[in-house]
Design a protein around this ligand. Structure first.
Ligand SMILES: NC(=O)c1ccc[n+]([C@@H]2O[C@H](COP(=O)([O-])OP(=O)(O)OC[C@H]3O[C@@H](n4cnc5c(N)ncnc54)[C@H](O)[C@@H]3O)[C@@H](O)[C@H]2O)c1
Length: 355
């Protein structure tokens, strides 16, 4: 049983993690601290709202007084730090907010954990600061390069990736300098339920349902490794349980795919569902598949993002060796589950989707 502070728990991965954690019978206390930016939604946490182990604090991770109060009031022994500005395109137009939340916010949390957990002999037993980061800190690979390992050099390309790289360095420095018990995971592209519709998978799905263009950056041959979000949640739990203080782990889906191929797979899934379900054809009449046409024909190639990394691929062997778990969801299974979720949960995405 742990007393967790989950920062960014109203966001995509954090929200999935909170629900995943509270489904287990461990009797945890899970305190979410979230500023509810455009990306954070209380609705994502509706299913745990009345759970006896759930608390929600609306606030900013850069607010040092608040963070200290929350750590003390709830006697937190574990921090799982998801809160971040996470969208690369936004980091190109508004880098300042990324530095503030991703870098300064991480430092505030590290200091609060130090203050709360320090004892004369070092730190309280069993405490852990787990930092959730990204494979984008490693930069870009060519098609023939080996996947990133935990020892790959940091070469972030975008302001987002640079801010996450800085936060990783801070977390490691607080361990090496002060002995704070930390762990870090660098994960690949997540997909699944509750993802904000500015990200590739939900954007393509919802645009297709509404008969709108599917904008693909450049030639669409950028390669990403795709991780179903529940596999990520399981990996974090296993890392919290493992005696790996001070270590970093790559978390990937073993599912490399080009953006164009991924969009084609989503379109094929939608086409098949619409072909066999009259109710979908009635609910989403603007979808090409409602009239027997193909969703993929909505693809529209647009000018590539500035500095767009060509390929990310991640080697999750260390995680698998230490925890014994690898990805359980294949890409086709995860995409099918994601398509089903978005088809069923217009109540969640409707207020967010402007097209
Ligand atoms: N989504 C991915 O594919 C992916 C891949 C690799 C790493 N990550 C990392 O995982 C973490 C979670 O990503 P996500 O996709 O769930 O992000 P998200 O954008 O969906 O959610 C971020 C959450 O953080 C909250 N937040 C933002 N600024 C805050 C602040 N100053 N104080 C308190 N809360 C704040 C938001 O309200 C939101 O609820 C991030 O650290 C991200 O860098 C994500």
């Amino acid at each position: 049983m742990r007393r967790l502070l989950v920062t960014g728990g109203a966001g995509f991965i954090g929200g999935n993690y909170v629900q995943h954690r509270l489904r287990q019978p461990a009797g945890d206390l899970v305190v979410v601290l979230d500023a509810l930016t455009y990306a954070g939604r209380r609705e994502t946490l509706a299913s745990v709202q009345s759970h006896s182990g759930f608390r929600f604090v609306h606030g900013d991770i850069t607010d040092a007084d608040l963070v200290q109060r929350v750590m003390a009031e709830f006697a937190i022994d574990t921090v799982v730090h998801f809160a971040a500005e996470s969208h690369v395109d936004r980091s190109i137009t508004e880098p300042g907010v990324f530095i503030r939340t991703n870098v300064v916010g991480t430092q505030v949390l590290l200091d609060a954990a130090m203050d709360a957990w320090r004892v004369p002999s070092g730190f309280r037993d069993g405490v852990r600061f787990h930092h959730v980061s990204t494979d984008e800190v490693y930069g870009s690979l060519t098609p023939s390069d080996a996947p990133f390992t935990e020892d790959s050099p940091y070469q972030p390309s975008s302001p987002y990736a640079a801010s996450k790289a800085a936060s990783d360095h801070l977390v490691r420095a607080w361990h090496h300098t002060y002995g704070l018990p930390i762990s870090i995971s660098n994960c690949s592209n997540n997909y699944g339920p509750y993802q904000f519709p500015e990200k590739l998978v939900p954007l393509m799905l919802l645009n297709a349902l509404h008969g709108r263009p599917l904008p693909i950056y450049g030639d669409g041959q950028q390669v990403r490794d795709w991780l179903f979000v529940s596999d990520h949640c399981t990996a974090i739990d296993r890392l919290l349980d493992a005696p790996i203080v001070g270590s970093t782990f790559n978390v990937g889906g073993r599912a490399e795919c080009t953006n164009l191929r991924l969009v084609a797979a989503l379109c094929e899934r939608l086409d098949a569902r619409f072909a066999s379900e009259a109710a979908l054809r009635a609910r989403f009449p603007e979808c090409p598949a409602a009239h027997g046409a193909r969703c993929i024909d909505l693809v529209s190639h647009v000018t590539d993002r500035r500095g767009h990394d060509r390929r990310y691929a991640i080697d999750p062997s260390r995680l698998e060796a230490v925890t014994g778990v690898g990805p359980r969801w294949t890409l086709p299974e995860g995409l099918a589950a994601t398509v089903s979720w978005y088809l069923e949960r217009a109540d969640w995405w409707g207020p967010l989707y402007g097209g």
